[in-house]
Design a protein around this ligand. Structure first.
Ligand SMILES: Cc1cc2nc3c(=O)[nH]c(=O)nc-3n(C[C@H](O)[C@H](O)[C@H](O)COP(=O)(O)OP(=O)(O)OC[C@H]3O[C@@H](n4cnc5c(N)ncnc54)[C@H](O)[C@@H]3O)c2cc1C
Length: 443
């Protein structure tokens, strides 16, 4: 019997499984789809997520698929320069989400059981029984990373408050039979929330459109080549001609967040826990960071040395981060509405964001570099995570009793780094207290 079941083999579920197996747990991923997806909703990986991938040795596998390094993010299409961010990676990676997921999956020893859609979940005091693909699976814990329409969330009747979609957009990947004059051949930051067109590898293009026709059509109406052609002609003129539509889907600006990320022995992560307009490229990044926050805490819980409240600190730390992304994406959606009032607010906001302080504060938020939690001193930079999921103590001697949970390294800058890369002690008194608070009693 595995220690943990993970529902959903998207980027969040795969990275959670990776974190758990690094810490020595037996994990099984249950994935609905029969084959790994080649379709990518997300195209942007933010600086903090690049750090997370690099720390784990996963970045090298993503690099060959990187199509752009964009030295800025954007707030509803208003450019937010990243140049002075305190990171080795002051840029967004333009890379298709499917390659990020594939890079993580390639490193997993954990099996990914495909064609295994979760249809029932029962929990008791000892564990969780999950029915998937017509079979029952039992484990101590379940991580629900089954995406924005999470079945687990529905089965548990978990409260998911927020706001419903007010507008609808289409995302599509396609080839062009004819290109409009002046269409850029490299990646550009979008200049608004209502649409963009950019070239992908292999002669494919990605468009997001959200005109009047998209507002009229129902959420479940299939996206046709004709609808896409009309929207692109409206935006780019008669010179553009759609060839083959490779993938298309509708999405909106619904913004919701689980009231509680933990329901007994079930923990929610990624889009299963929070949904919002994908403006500014935040969702995939939230999911990756949920995964690294949750992984070591759940591993400590399973191994029996988690201090009181450690597992619940997953909700306490990550819920406010997503809540803030909901605020940011709602604001960005509001600025993108094509009416004179939104345009007026946009003009004022763009003016304010030209100031260095406002720009930097938004850059810290969008990039994830500014994320912090109560009791955290900062992000560790240049301290790669331990391969076995232990914390890392640099430049100090480890008191007796924690060696199974903390690796020691030489160094001149003393610091104690949690397995998710956050510093909880940086020299001076308090090492013992920090060890107990985060890693449990000495044994
Ligand atoms: C148009 C668009 C553009 C976006 N652009 C960006 C961007 O640039 N940057 C960014 O950070 N984010 C972006 N996002 C958001 C990002 O794509 C998501 O936040 C991300 O996919 C979340 O990953 P996840 O693993 O949590 O969920 P998903 O990627 O949805 O993965 C969930 C997995 O669970 C599986 N599953 C579903 N139901 C079940 C079940 N019952 N049983 C078992 N498995 C199940 C699914 O098959 C899937 O593999 C964008 C989203 C959209 C719609």
């Amino acid at each position: 019997m595995p220690d943990v079941l993970v529902a959903g083999g998207g980027p969040t579920g795969l990275l959670t499984a990776y974190e758990l197996e690094r810490a020595g747990l037996d994990v099984l991923v249950l994935e609905r789809d029969a084959r790994p997806t080649t379709q990518s909703k997300a195209l942007a990986v933010q600086p903090r997520s690049i750090e997370v991938l690099e720390d784990r040795g996963l970045l090298a596998a993503v690099e060959p698929y990187v199509e752009a390094r964009l030295p800025a993010g954007h707030f509803s299409g208003i450019r937010i320069d990243y140049a002075d961010l305190p990171t080795r990676f002051p840029y967004q990676l333009g890379v298709e989400q499917a390659y990020v997921a594939a890079a993580i999956e390639a490193r997993l020893r954990t099996p990914v059981l495909r064609g295994a859609a979760v249809t029932a979940v029962e929990q008791d005091d000892e564990g969780v029984t999950v029915t998937a693909g017509g079979r029952d699976h039992r484990a101590g814990w379940l991580v629900a990373a089954d995406g924005g329409h999470s079945t687990v969330r529905t089965l548990l009747r978990a409260a998911f408050p927020g706001t419903s979609a007010r507008f609808s957009l289409v995302v599509a990947d396609f080839t062009l039979a004819s290109k409009p004059a002046g269409l850029a051949d490299d990646w550009q930051l979008p200049s608004g929330t209502a649409g963009f067109l950019l070239p992908l590898s292999g002669g494919r293009y990605r468009a997001v459109v959200g005109g009047e026709e998209q507002q009229r059509l129902g959420r479940d109406a299939p996206v046709t080549a004709e609808e896409l052609q009309r929207a692109l002609t409206d935006a780019y003129g008669p010179g553009i001609e759609v060839g083959e539509v490779l993938w298309a889907s509708r999405f909106g600006d619904a913004a919701r967040q689980l009231e509680r990320y933990r329901h007994g022995r079930v923990l929610f992560a990624g889009d299963a826990a929070h949904i919002h307009l994908p403006v500014g490229g935040q969702g995939l990044n939230l999911g990756l960071q949920d995964a690294v926050n949750l992984g070591w805490k759940l591993a400590a819980q399973v191994r029996g040395h988690a201090p009181d409240g450690l597992l619940d600190s997953y909700h306490d730390e990550r819920h406010p981060v997503s809540a803030r992304v909901l605020v940011s994406t709602r604001a960005q959606g509001g600025l993108g509405v094509p009416d004179p009032y939104a345009a007026a607010v946009r003009e004022i906001v763009a003016g304010l964001l030209a100031g260095p302080e406002a720009r930097r504060s938004v850059a810290l938020e969008l990039s994830g570099i500014g994320i912090t939690y109560p009791g955290i001193i900062g992000r560790a930079t240049g301290v790669p995570v331990a391969p076995d999921g232990r914390a890392v103590l640099v430049g100090a001697s480890l008191p007796v009793g924690w060696a199974d949970r903390v690796e020691t390294r030489e160094g001149t800058e003393p610091q104690l780094v949690r397995p998710d890369g956050y510093v909880v002690w940086a020299g001076g008194p308090g090492l013992d207290t920090a060890l107990r608070r985060w890693f449990g009693p000495n044994e």
